[in-house]
Design a protein around this ligand. Sequence first.
Ligand SMILES: NC(=O)c1ccc[n+]([C@@H]2O[C@H](COP(=O)([O-])OP(=O)(O)OC[C@H]3O[C@@H](n4cnc5c(N)ncnc54)[C@H](O)[C@@H]3O)[C@@H](O)[C@H]2O)c1
Ligand SMILES: [Zn+2]
Length: 353
Amino acid sequence: MPSFRVETPGRSYDAIVERGAVRRISDFLPAKHGKIFVVTTPDVWDLHRGAFAQIPHNVIFFPGGESKKRLAEVEAMAEQMLAAGADRSSVVVAFGGGIVNDTGGFLAAIFMRGIPVIQVPTTLLAQVDAAVGGKTGVNLVSGKNLLGSFHQPLAVLIDADVLSTLPEREYRAGLYEIIKCGVIRDANLFSLLDEGIAAVLAKEPAVVEQIIATAVRIKAEVVSADEREGGLRRILNFGHTVGHALEAETQYSRFLHGEAVAFGMRVATVLAERVTDLKDAADIDRVIVNYGPIPSLNGVRANNLAKRLASDKKTIQGNVHFVLPVKIGEVTVVSGIDDRVVLESIEAVLSGG
Ligand SMILES: NC(=O)c1ccc[n+]([C@@H]2O[C@H](COP(=O)([O-])OP(=O)(O)OC[C@H]3O[C@@H](n4cnc5c(N)ncnc54)[C@H](O)[C@@H]3O)[C@@H](O)[C@H]2O)c1
Ligand SMILES: [Zn+2]
């Protein structure tokens, strides 16, 4: 089964895409290791605890939810670990969605100045995005993911079997990140998502494995070329500039991350028609819309979104950067776009529905 090497200056490791991979944790533990702490949410644990039957472990429950992705929760988990006998030889297994991967990874990054983590993502979004690449962290009141650390895992175990219990809306939210991968780097993946939509939405096993493996390969390649987002890694932000603004504008409660990214990709596609002379805009838009719908955009004001862009974390020295398609499979990073053009592109997608 496919395995993709992620090579970063500090650590190289494999992202394994394989049904049943969750049961292979012991293959990736260091030769000498102490206690294993599984960081997870109660819902995921109730559904999938059986996967851990073969290895001794302690469970650390994280309540889940974006509002709990905070330093205070990390501290509480660290106290629980210590009370259960954790030391420098302990290993964290982050078993859950992206929030668990980020929070559990960050816990491992700072517990006793850093212990190893194995990432075991259980949402589609976390499998193709959050768990690969070593970004860990929590939110501040002032913004998302503002406190964090790069902490590359020992391995990422991606098991499509766990997706059987994932709610349909969460599954589609993850699919948008895979569409993103197709647009930024792989025209074949894009065609597969376009032509194979019925099989993808029906979760046909072979096609699900293929799209996950392709997206993970792309993420592994991009992170290996640029761990810290100095250059190539920025292409992964396609749809995220406006997507983040939409999430913040709606208090992180109306849209799932992937849904906000879907909106952001549509805006970036309209923008690209004017800025990069993109010819494939209609195809990109059609595929994003076909994987919808996303929740209603009623009441969202273009002006407010445009204002938020200026305060986005990705703003570098006052310039908003947009990742824009040049054609399907290729993007470019552009800054200094006229505010009015940005506003018109947001308005075009808002009014088009
Ligand atoms: N580190 C990165 O590079 C990176 C990249 C993208 C996103 N993220 C982060 O990921 C987070 C979003 O992750 P998410 O979309 O996975 O949300 P999430 O972690 O909240 O998971 C969504 C919901 O699904 C439940 N769930 C998880 N697996 C399940 C399963 N197999 N069956 C049934 N229910 C299951 C969760 O408990 C939760 O209620 C955000 O905080 C975002 O910032 C990080
Ligand atoms: Zn994303």
